[in-house]
Write a protein that binds this ligand. Sequence first.
Ligand SMILES: Cc1cc2nc3c(=O)[nH]c(=O)nc-3n(C[C@H](O)[C@H](O)[C@H](O)COP(=O)(O)OP(=O)(O)OC[C@H]3O[C@@H](n4cnc5c(N)ncnc54)[C@H](O)[C@@H]3O)c2cc1C
Length: 386
Amino acid sequence: MGGSDDTPMATDAELDEFRRSLRRFIEREIMPFERKPMGEADRQDIQRKAREAGYWLMDVPEDFGGQGLGLTGMSVFWHEVSRTIAVPARDHSLFGPTPGPILLSLKGEQKACYLDPVLRGEKMTCFAQTEPDAGADPASMRTRATRHGQGYMINGVKRFITGAEKADFAQVIAVTDPAKGARGGISCFLVDMKAKGVRISARHQTMMGDAPCEIVFDNVEVAEENRVGAEGEGFATAQRWLTEGRIRHGSRACGVAERCLELTVDYAKQRKTFGDALAERQGVQWILADCFTELHATKLMVRDAARKIDAGADARAETFMVKVYGDEMGFRVADRCLQLHGGIGLTTELPIEKFWRDQRSFMITEGPSEVLRTALAKQILRGGMQ
Ligand SMILES: Cc1cc2nc3c(=O)[nH]c(=O)nc-3n(C[C@H](O)[C@H](O)[C@H](O)COP(=O)(O)OP(=O)(O)OC[C@H]3O[C@@H](n4cnc5c(N)ncnc54)[C@H](O)[C@@H]3O)c2cc1C
């Protein structure tokens, strides 16, 4: 499998073969680290093996040295890597840098200065959209990029930025024309984290283990060449990232639910209470039946949305459904599986409690469920859904 020309049309057989071989790789090389720490040497060893096996730069076009998977192929990749807590929920860099759609759109000098070093592993980046007063509603952001000499001056604060501490540069979304707002008044800039006036002002430790940061931009001068695309295109550019991200959320939820259910089916068969296995109880059977039904529905939704986007269709509504239903399904299933494991489910001897914590967070980040339901409802009421 692979190749940007053929992947959007990838057959089920090709996708199944890709899934099987990737699953074997993850079970053999990565899952053992669920119960022991992964050191830097282990990390590099896994990265070397992933590169040799062809699991490297999966969504990066072949012209740039990647595998060129479309979203359908990537949905299988995200599903499989999410079956283990040994791959961090918000960092898939064991399989190479993950530049994201904004950097992949760069051309010429911008590509040479920012995308290429990221792909070579020489530079790291972060995506800075959220602000202290603008998270679920990013269009209300206040970070300003005002014209200054030949370029811009950026002032504002970004909050909850993943990877900010290690980043060499940030992809900053800022207001260039307040009157236009999200309709042509927001732009995207590549800002050096060492530039004068850039400073990390806080680190927020979360229950999942992630620690996103707050970044202050105080009179930061940015050259015009560091604007991505035309002025005013930034909001749409950022939304492209989030649309793809919604497929990642749905795929991830499938991987999490599937693994939790595998553990739970085994446990329910062998654990006896009051003289019978848990699996003999109708109350337990019905929970399993519901979980498998919801998981199956999510798999179909993810495949449908990914295929439509790969074929060039506008499937934003489908991606809203995938994120809301998928994230909530993943949490619900992890929660039920944790309950069925009793006390052992609460321990770190099993991966379920970590899946549960991570899944809880996904109903908030990259668009809370309520906001996506509202966006979907608007589309329905406009008559944009069949
Ligand atoms: C671990 C982590 C990593 C992150 N990484 C990044 C990153 O790399 N880059 C980045 O830019 N951002 C990042 N974020 C920010 C994340 O996307 C935001 O936290 C999220 O969008 C929610 O924004 P908020 O926290 O400001 O919540 P708020 O906007 O304050 O919303 C609070 C709650 O109000 C409810 N709500 C909001 N609006 C409505 C509505 N219209 N109707 C009904 N209910 C509503 C929802 O339940 C929501 O959860 C990260 C956050 C975390 C926790």
